[in-house]
Every structure is written in C-alpha cells, then in structure tokens.
Design a protein around this ligand. Structure first.
Ligand code: PHE
Length: 525
C-alpha cells in the first residue's frame, strides 16, 4: 500500500531505500527492509500494477556480536559502566570486573576503555575517569544496522569488519514506476462472479479479472485407444451392423488338426513348415478330436470322398496332433463351423454354435421335423491375433491381427461372396476393389482382394477369400447344398494405411510411443 500510495503521489519511486515501512520510524534502508519491499514489488508486478528496476549495492550487516553491542553497548562501555567514579568508591579489581561483566567483555573492553581514556588504575583496582562517554562503536553499529553503511566511511567499516562486528554483503534497492494495471487498491481482482457476491451486492464494487481468451485450455487427461484397437472397434461395428456374430478366439494354441487338417490343407503343405509355423515343445501333443470326425477328415485326405480324390498321400497322426501357435483365425472358424454342423450330425446342441448362428429361426436345439436337416445359416466374424514364423521387417511381425468373416447358407455363390466383400470394404471406406483368382488349399474358388490406394497410386492386396471346399465342409456334417464363404485380412495393414504409418514397429511392440498414441488423430477421431 505504501508503494502504491507513493507512486500515486509522485508517479515514480526513485530509490526504494527512502520509503518508510509502516510501523518503522526510519526509512527502509536496511537489507531486510529491501527484501520485504522486493516481496511486495513482485506481487504487484505479477498483477502488472507496477514495474521496477533493481540496482545492486554493497551493504553491511551486523554479526551476532555486533547485534549484541547494539542491544547492550560495546565491551568498553560496559566495562566503564561497571566501575565507580575515581574517588567515589572502592576500585574494582580485574578479578571482580570479570565477575561483573563476564570474561570476554572484561578482556576486550578494558584495553579499549584505557585507550579511550575512560578508565584508569587506582592501586590494584580500576576506576572511571570520564564522567560521560560517547559509545561510538554502538552508534556506528546502529547506523550500519539501519542503513547498511556508514557515513564515516570505508576506514571505520573496515575496522568494524576486522573486529568481526559487521560483514559485507550484496544489497539491492529499486526504482519503481506505475504499471499498466496501476491502481491504489491492493484488493485482488475477483476471478468469478459468485452467488454470494450477487446476494450481498458485493459485485457492484468488486473489480474483476479480465478474461484471457488466449489462455490455452488445460490438457485433458483421458485414456487413449491404440490405433489398432480403434480400427478393430470400427471393423467390429461394421460386422455387427451387417448382422454378424463374434466368434470366440481366445485359444492362441491350436493343433495341426484344427489349423490345417480340418481345412483340408495337405499335411505336406509348406505352410506347416518350421520356417512358417511356431510349434510348441511342451506339451507336444493335442488332445485327439472326436474320433468319427477325425476318421472322416483323415480319410478324405488320404483316400478322398465326398466327390474328391483326396491327396492320396499317407496320413500322419503325429502331424495332426502337433501343437502350434495358430497361423490364421480360420482355425477358430473351423471350430465354429464344426459346432454349427452339430445339429446336422444329429447331435444335441447346447449353446455355442446355436448362440453364434445368425437369425431367429436358429434357436431351437432339436430338429423341427423329418425334412429339417438341422442346418441353420450363420454369419460369423473374428478379429484376433495370429502367429507366423516370418522374417521381421518394416511391414512384417511374427504376430499380427486377422480380421475374418464367414457366411454359411444354402446355395451361396461366388457372386454372394463378391457382393458381401464390396459392401464390407465400402463400409471401411474402400470403394475401389478388384478380385484376382488365387489358390488356397481350403477354398475353391479363391480370390485375392485388391484395393486402389490413392496415396500410393497403385492397387494393393488387402485380403484373401474363397468358398470353403466340400472336402472341409462335408466331413463336418454339413448338407451338400450348404455353402460357406469367407474372407480374411490383416488389421495392421488398413490401420497403417489409414494413419500413414510406414513402419509396423511404430504401431506394435516396445517401440510404440505412448505419447505418440495419445497425440495421434486415431485417438481423437
Ligand atoms: N485364412 C486366410 C489367410 O490367412 C484368409 C481366408 C479366410 C481365406 C477365409 C479364405 C477364407 O490369409
């Protein structure tokens, strides 16, 4: 308030040492006073009420001994005060003096008091010679305490320093001017209009802080979905919107039987190679599948059947029972299709396939009548992890996610598959698709799916598809007129394309930056 009032009257404070702090009689010349003033200046500066410049000076402060002298007088003055006036009492012996003023004061004070001519000897004792004294040490120290310096000059200051009564230190003083928000009121401006202010009427006299429209908002601290999860969610929604049910895909470990044999993949197929597939060393063998189904599958491989000549190669139980990390989610589809065909095999169905089968008419667990062959159509999908023993590079990892859709109904055609995929990919924002004949051991015909990539300006492969072979479906027990088509794609590829990521390691693995994920547009949109 003193600072503001002084500025109001004089517009500038040239030297802050000339201010008077409330409750003090002297101007605020000491180091401590300037520290107090600096605190006030900084708080006013933060509200733009003032501006100030600081100036450095060398100043002095009292030591503990110096401060004691200011309180009680110098050693020599205390010695002088303890003695009787010459001729007015019995002289005090040096031993008695020590008792009166203490060892230290007696020792230091005697010499200086003698030198000043304040005291003298009488017999063995000491007496006062001067009736009054000027305690210069004390007044000098008082001056240093309040001004930080001495008018008497450097010689006396040096002497006091030598006597360890004062120490030199750096001091500051300030020149102060009005700031852009200068006002004589130190009341902090209000930041908000409150109910209390409205009811009491205080709002009328309050000053309000201006809105800062340039202030940055506080960063929000929400969780962040990884781009892969984000795209997975999008694709899952497309499937759900198209009436698909999600398959359970929690078993990463499958047997050679479910990953390959059930799909009519020949036991000598290169995909089964150690180079392509991770096998488990412990346990080595899977539990055997249901024996009759197993027999039908091994027979169609070895000798053919269902209109097929088979592979006519010896069947290996060992190959079939090997445990491995699934190389495609089609292994899960095989499990589900086998379950879906249970009713066709005349088995009682509880839950599972029935739950995942599409359409209201599929719920009954028993065949309805003699003409009912038990088949119920189904649209199934899954999005989960698969594993391949690949050489890792910028676009390949040993594990990735597969998106897979499977549709089972009577008399489906290749046109149904193509039509389905056009709709599915267009829902993913991919309008231009092309199909190319391909080979898959478990589908015939098979189609590779290509999409036009406008950024790369070329067609890129986005998936693989086909009509599952009768050699796979009929051993499961499906009636002959049931067709199943399916397609698969990786989750990583469309995610990388979508978010302009060109190295898969920035998307998956230990190099993924959490901050990068949080700031990625995938999280925001
Ligand atoms: N399993 C195939 C793959 O891994 C994808 C696919 C699924 C193909 C279903 C046809 C039918 O590429």
């Amino acid at each position: 308030q003193v600072i503001l009032d002084t500025l109001d009257a004089k517009s500038t404070i040239e030297d802050s040492r000339l201010l008077t702090i409330p409750g003090q009689s002297q101007p605020a010349a000491s180091h401590e006073d300037q520290i107090t003033i600096l605190g006030a200046l900084n708080s006013l500066l933060s509200r733009d009420m003032i501006v100030y410049e600081s100036h450095e000076v060398s100043s002095h402060a009292l030591t503990a001994e110096g401060a004691q002298i200011v309180q009680e007088g110098s050693h020599e003055a205390r010695v002088w005060a303890a003695l009787p006036m010459k001729g007015e009492g019995s002289p005090v012996t040096p031993v008695e003096l020590k008792k009166l003023v203490g060892d230290e004061t007696a020792k230091v004070g005697q010499g200086r008091a003698f030198k000043n001519g304040w005291i003298g000897k009488e017999g063995d004792g000491l007496v006062k010679l001067a009736t009054t004294i000027q305690d210069v040490t004390r007044t000098d120290l008082q001056e240093v305490a309040s001004t930080g310096t001495l008018k008497a000059g450097e010689k006396t200051l040096a002497d006091l320093r030598k006597r360890k009564l004062i120490v030199q230190r750096k001091g500051q003083w300030f020149t102060v001017r009005k700031g852009p928000n200068f006002s004589t009121s130190t009341a902090k401006p209000e930041t908000d209009l409150t109910v209390d202010m409205l009811t009491s009427g205080a709002w009328k006299t309050s000053t309000f802080k201006k809105y800062n429209f340039d202030a940055e908002g506080a960063p929000t601290n929400g969780g962040a979905l990884h781009p892969l999860l984000k795209v997975r969610e999008e694709i899952r929604n497309i499937f759900l919107e198209m009436g698909f049910a999600e398959m359970p895909t929690s078993s990463f470990v499958e047997s050679g039987f479910w990953c390959f044999d059930a799909l009519f993949v020949p036991q000598q197929h290169p995909a089964r190679d150690l180079q392509d597939t991770f096998y488990l060393s412990d346990p080595q063998k899977a539990f055997p599948p249901e024996p009759e189904y197993y027999k039908r599958v091994s027979t169609v491989h070895e000798h053919g059947g269902f209109g097929s000549t088979g592979y006519r190669a010896p069947w290996s139980d060992e190959e079939s029972s090997k445990l491995l990390l699934r190389t495609h989610t089609t292994a899960s589809s095989a499990h589900m299709l086998y379950k879906l065909a249970a009713r066709c095999r005349g088995e009682k169905v509880e839950g599972d396939a029935g739950e995942f089968a599409h359409g209201a008419s599929t719920t009954g667990s028993e065949k309805k009548d003699e003409k009912d062959d038990g088949f119920r159509p189904a649209k199934l999908f899954s999005i989960d992890r698969v594993f391949r023993n690949e050489t890792m590079d910028a676009t390949h990892l040993a594990e990735f996610h597969q998106v897979e859709g499977v549709v089972a109904d009577r008399n489906l055609t290749l046109a149904d598959l193509i039509g389905f995929m056009r709709v599915f990919f267009s829902k993913m924002g991919i309008e231009q698709v092309r199909f190319k004949p391909a080979y898959n051991p478990y589908t015939e015909p098979s189609l590779e799916i290509f999409a036009f990539h406008s950024m790369l300006n070329r067609w890129v492969e986005v998936g693989n598809s086909g009509m599952f072979r009768p050699e796979m479906l009929e051993p499961m027990g499906f009636p002959k007129d049931v067709r199943v088509h399916g397609w698969g794609l990786s989750l990583e590829r469309p995610t990388m394309i979508r978010y302009g990521i060109n190295n898969i390691r920035t998307l998956v693995g230990h190099k993924v930056s959490i901050e990068g994920i949080e700031n990625s547009p995938a999280v925001m949109f």
